[in-house]
Structure formats: C-alpha cells, structure tokens
Design a protein around this ligand. Structure first.
Ligand SMILES: NC(=O)C1=CN([C@@H]2O[C@H](COP(=O)(O)OP(=O)(O)OC[C@H]3O[C@@H](n4cnc5c(N)ncnc54)[C@H](OP(=O)(O)O)[C@@H]3O)[C@@H](O)[C@H]2O)C=CC1
Ligand SMILES: O=C1O[C@H](COP(=O)(O)O)[C@@H](O)[C@H](O)[C@H]1O
Length: 506
C-alpha cells in the first residue's frame, strides 16, 4: 500500500444499496480496491452491502471475486492484496429496500459499528432513489449524532426531464438536507475535467483571453465507439440527449464558462457553475427546431464486426424514435459569452472514442502574411482539452515555416498527462469517493444546477416527443449529415473526431 498525499478518509460504514448489481462489481469495488492500495481508505472503513439477492456475505463475496478475476482486476499482486484486506470488512444484508425490515437491520448494524459515520450509496435503478432516501430518513438513519455524519450518494440519471428532476429534488430535500446529498456525475471524477479550472484560473495567458473578445466558438464532443449493446432497455427509454447532455456535457460546459470563484470551496464553485447553467438560453420551440439535431445509427461494420441497427438491438422497439446521437448549438447569456456559440455533440457507435473541448479563437485582426496555395488561410488558434483518451492539452498556433520565403505553418504545443505523470489504472470514481467520505461537495451536483441543465434541454425533449425520426448515420462515422449542416451554416466546422493526440497530425 502506498502513502497518499492527503490524510486517509475518516472511519465510516459505506452502505451500498444494489451490492450485487453491475455498477457495484464493475466500478465501486474496483474503486475501493484502488483506494485501499493507495492508502486513501484504511481498516476503519467498513462496507455493508444491501441487495435483494438471497444468501449471506459469502454469496456476495463469491460474486464479486469471480467478477474481479475475469475482469483482470486480480492480475496485479498489489490489487489482489488490497482486495484481500477489503473483503474482510464487507458484510451483507439480504432484503427488499422498498420495505422497512431492511432499514431496521441497517440500523442495528450501524448501532454496533465502530463509527457512527455512514455514507449510503444508491447503486440502484433510478426509480428507487426517492424511496430509499425517504425510508432512511423515516427510520432515523439520516440523523447525525454529534460529531458524526450521514450522507447519501445518488447515481445518475437524476430525473427524466425537468419536472421529474424537480420532483426528485423536492422529495429528497423533504427528508435530507442539501449538505447531506452527493449527486454523482462521474465526469467530475476525471482528472482532465477537474483540470479545466486549473488551466483557466492558474494561467494568466489563458484566462485573459477567455471571453467573447477573443473566442470565436466552443465545441464540446463526447464521441463513443461503443454501441448500445446490452443496454437496450435503458437506452431506448433514455436516448443520447438525456444520457449525456444535461449531466456530463453540461458539467464540461460549466467548467469552461463559469466565472472565477473567489475560493475553491464547494459552495463558491457550485454557485459559479449554477449561474452559468442558469444563463443557458432556454429556447422556444422554433429556436429548438433550428438549434438541435439528432441521429440513430444504422446497421453496418464497425471495429471489425457487423453492428445491427439501433432499432434491431435487443430490448429496443423496432419502431423506436430514440436518438443515439445529438448535436446542439447553445448560447450562454452572460456578458462574457454573448455571441459565442457552444456546439455540443455526443453519440454512440461513432468513428472513435474522443471526448474533448475545443476552444477556437478569433482570427488575428490583420494578417500581413502572404497566402500560399497549400495553406490559403491563417488558421485560428485553438486550445484542445483532450478529456479522453490520451488525456492532455494541445495549443495550436502559427509559426514561421523555416526557409527564405515568409510562410506560416500551424504547429501544436502539446502536453500529455501520461508523459509527465504516473496516472495509473483508475476508475475515475476515486476522487468522488474520497470527497464523499471527507465531506467535500465540490465534485457533486447541486439541486439548482441539475434543474437548470434540464430546463435548457427541455425544449428539445418536448420537440422530439412530438414525433419524427432521428436521421440515420453509419456506424463508425462522425454522425448524421444534419450535424455538419448545423455548424456549417455558421461558416464553421466540427473538429475532427479521431481520438488520437491532435497536436501530432499536421
Ligand atoms: N452499470 C453501470 O455501468 C452504470 C450504472 N449507473 C447507474 O447506477 C445505478 C445502478 O445500475 P446497475 O448496477 O447497472 O443496475 P443493476 O440492476 O445491475 O443493479 C441494481 C441492483 O439492485 C437490486 N435491486 C433491485 N430492486 C431491489 C429491491 N427492491 N431491493 C433490493 N435490491 C434491489 C438489483 O437486483 P435484481 O438484479 O435482482 O433486480 C440489482 O442487484 C443506476 O442508477 C444506473 O443508472 C451509472 C453509471 C454507470
Ligand atoms: O454515464 C454515461 O457515461 C458513459 C460515458 O462515460 P465515459 O466515462 O466512458 O466517457 C456512457 O457510455 C453511458 O451511456 C452513460 O450512461
């Protein structure tokens, strides 16, 4: 076990609802293994799993361990040692979490636990979020004894639209205070996402240009190579817009567009992010028609195999009009961003996995340089925040091309995390769990920010609920033609989706 650069989390019981589910085995347990290995959690962290599956703790441990073996998590001896240490501190309660009996058992467990601190993680289908919070509260489990804490961590999706998100917030806040609620958005656990604030606020040469005097437009892309696969039921009811935009893409947008907070405490940051999300223009129906397009992938080859069309995916209705791709042009109505469009796009079964923020600066006011046939225009400066894969930053500038003739050449100053830091094998949830355990809400969404995000996408949800079909696009492509038209009618182009370092391809 290594030594962390922060104090280990305080003693607590981590109660996982949905302990035998997919999220727990694929992400939550591997995260706890990583944290054990790095010393972020110690022997005073106990895990209490709760699930409907019958059996005792051995049933749970067997399931978890057999998954860890097949996933390769046990290949590394240090991870294996961390798991051996962790598994000794796992307990299990079998029962239905919509019934009070389970909560009596949890209460009994906690009353004998070494610490009164508890964090309850809702790794359960979203229709249960409100019920579990209510039952925890009714059974007295959210009452904080002097000096101890009780917190809940809620997975996504947080609501299905604006009205349901408002209703869920109201229900939660009826039973639990905002300071006890940790709404997860796993993008906030990514180093490159957290780095957006540092890139901006630790660098005068960047932040000084960060406004509509110098920035022409912003693009935010989350392209995925993966298709809908076995998630047909969930995805057909959700679609690309709900799945990715009001949560993950808006968190990126908020980091890019927020004003500098006057401190890095959670409330200052969440206040600034909330202000930006509330400044997103809420379109009329006519504006939504012009500023949003959607697509669904057809059948075709991708990554060396034949992918069936989205509508042929198991558990998807053959006449489904759910989108697997969405592109939007949004406006942030603030002094800083007036007139700067934010183009967002995300989709499944695309050309490559590529999540990035691209800031395109305005052209220089007067270009004296002679134009050359091969490069007729002086390209604009661009800053590319490569969120994943190959995390890094690229700054595209023009230089003099060596030689007697005065020619410019675009080059990229690029930084890759992997070249400078050992970022290791992380799930991305480590920082989120740590902050949950120490009680820092910076990386979690607040009720007002969530509702503002839903308000901005609601006009598109309403429009597409009227009917119509998403435009087709081929698997392995960059999305439907209508997405190109959306940006090209403004005289701009999408940044290439390739998932490779941008700086090295001139
Ligand atoms: N899986 C993932 O990669 C991701 C998941 N999420 C979110 O995490 C949450 C959990 O997802 P996931 O793990 O995939 O879902 P699963 O269905 O795999 O896990 C939920 C678990 O809860 C159990 N359960 C259901 N009803 C009850 C009940 N009444 N009482 C006790 N246990 C019950 C389920 O049992 P049974 O199977 O028998 O019904 C299952 O073991 C969801 O909100 C999802 O949106 C977010 C990001 C990624
Ligand atoms: O929440 C979700 O995110 C993933 C993409 O996350 P990433 O960290 O792999 O980029 C997405 O595939 C999934 O559909 C969505 O529910």
């Amino acid at each position: 076990m290594s030594t962390p650069d922060v104090a280990p989390a305080p003693p607590l019981t981590f109660v996982i609802f949905g302990a035998a589910g997919d999220l727990t085995r694929r992400l939550l347990i591997p995260t706890l293994i990583n944290m054990t290995r790095s010393g972020l959690i110690g022997e005073d962290l106990h895990i209490l799993g709760v699930g409907i599956e019958t059996g005792g703790v051995d049933m749970l441990l067997d399931r978890l361990e057999s998954f860890l073996k097949t996933s390769g998590d046990m290949d590394d001896p240090e991870r294996q040692a961390a798991w051996q240490s962790l598994r000794k501190r796992i307990s299990y309660i079998s029962g239905d979490f919509t019934q009070n009996g389970v909560y009596k058992e949890i209460s009994d467990y906690l009353s004998h636990a070494p610490s009164a601190n508890a964090a309850f993680y809702f790794a359960v289908p979203p229709q249960f979020f409100g019920d579990i919070a209510e039952k925890l509260s009714e059974n007295g489990l959210m009452n904080e004894a002097t000096g101890a804490f009780r917190r809940i961590a809620i997975e996504k999706p947080f609501g299905h639209d604006l009205a349901s998100a408002q209703a869920l917030n109201a229900r939660l806040l009826n039973h639990v205070s905002e300071s006890q609620i940790y709404r997860i958005d796993h993008f906030l656990g990514k180093e490159t996402v957290q780095n957006i604030m540092t890139t901006r606020f630790a660098n005068m040469m960047i932040e000084a240009l960060w406004n509509n005097n110098y920035i022409d437009h912003v693009q935010i892309t989350a392209a995925e190579l993966v298709d809908v696969g076995t998630r047909g039921k969930f995805y057909d009811a959700t679609g690309a817009l709900r799945d990715m935009v009001p949560n993950h893409l808006f968190q990126l947008l908020a980091m890019v567009a927020m004003e500098p907070p006057n401190s890095f405490d959670a409330e200052s940051i969440r206040n600034e992010k909330g202000k930006v999300l509330k400044a997103l223009r809420v379109y009329s129906r006519e504006e939504a028609i012009k500023n949003g397009v959607r697509g669904a992938y057809t059948a075709g080859p991708i990554a060396g195999r034949d992918l069936p069309a989205f509508t042929q995916t198991p558990d998807v209705a053959p006449d489904s009009n759910t989108e697997t791709f969405v592109a939007l042009k949004l406006l942030v109505d603030t002094w800083r961003w007036a007139g700067v469009p934010f183009y967002l796009r995300t989709g499944k079964a695309m050309k490559a996995r590529d999540t990035e923020v691209v800031i395109t600066f305005r052209p220089v006011p007067f270009a004296q340089f002679p134009r050359h046939e091969s490069r007729p225009e002086l390209p604009p400066n661009r800053l590319i925040i490569q969120v994943q894969p190959d995390e890094g930053l690229d700054m595209e500038i023009s230089i003099k091309s060596p030689g007697l003739v005065l020619k410019t050449a675009p080059v990229s100053l690029d930084f890759r995390y992997a070249d400078s830091f050992d970022i290791g094998k992380q799930t991305g949830y480590e920082s989120l769990f740590y902050e949950l355990f120490v009680g820092d809400q910076t990386l979690f969404q607040r009720a007002d920010g969530i509702e503002a995000g839903w308000a901005a996408v609601q006009p598109f949800l309403d429009l597409w609920a009227e009917g119509g079909k998403p435009d087709p696009y081929a698997p392995g492509s960059t999305g439907p033609a209508c997405a190109d038209e959306l940006i090209e009618r403004d005289g701009r182009k999408w940044h290439e989706i390739d998932g490779i370092p941008k700086g090295r391809k001139f």
